[in-house]
Design a binder for this molecule. Sequence first.
Ligand code: URA
Length: 205
Amino acid sequence: TRALLAEAEPDDALGRLHREIGACARCGICPKATAPVPGEGPVSAELMIVGEQPGDHEDLSGRPFVGPSGRLLDESAEAAGLDRGAAYVTNAVKGFKYAPRGKRRIHSKPDAGEVERCRWWLDLERELVAPKLILSMGATAAEALTGTGKGILKRRGRIEEAEDGTPVLLTMHPSYLLRIPDAGRAEAERAAFREDLGAAARLLQ
Ligand code: URA
């Protein structure tokens, strides 16, 4: 894969990578999902945004962050002056892992082995896009990008590094913000999320 990608023009290489991701069966997740969901955005993006895995909406549409988490990301990015359309948006794991419950499909967290397997694709996306900054949302993205997802509540807002030295700004996952039951705390956490997005925007200036 790496050799093929090295030969192509960046746009073609990204298209080729997305087709390869679309055919992946390296772990048990994607064969049970609709299809793997590759990242989306310009190959020239300076910012790469990484989430956990596609949810129900993303699985059905084939695009990352189009469901409720995506809406919160969009609103927060707009409020923070961060242009999502200019970013390359992707996930640590490309398939929707779920447990069936009646007609519904309930999100299940990818395990460490699945995150490790899928890192092959995330690493290739990272190599091709070569972003100046990565915004890592949630523990799974932190695990894939920095080697550990532990202690994310304390690490959020910090800048760490990916394997190749690319700065990684850590923040919470929007789906976590959507699940906080207490309205006051939820708003405080959303404000902190907007601050992290604003910090990303400033770092790119
Ligand atoms: N949550 C994620 O982590 N990624 C998506 O694409 C959607 C929801």
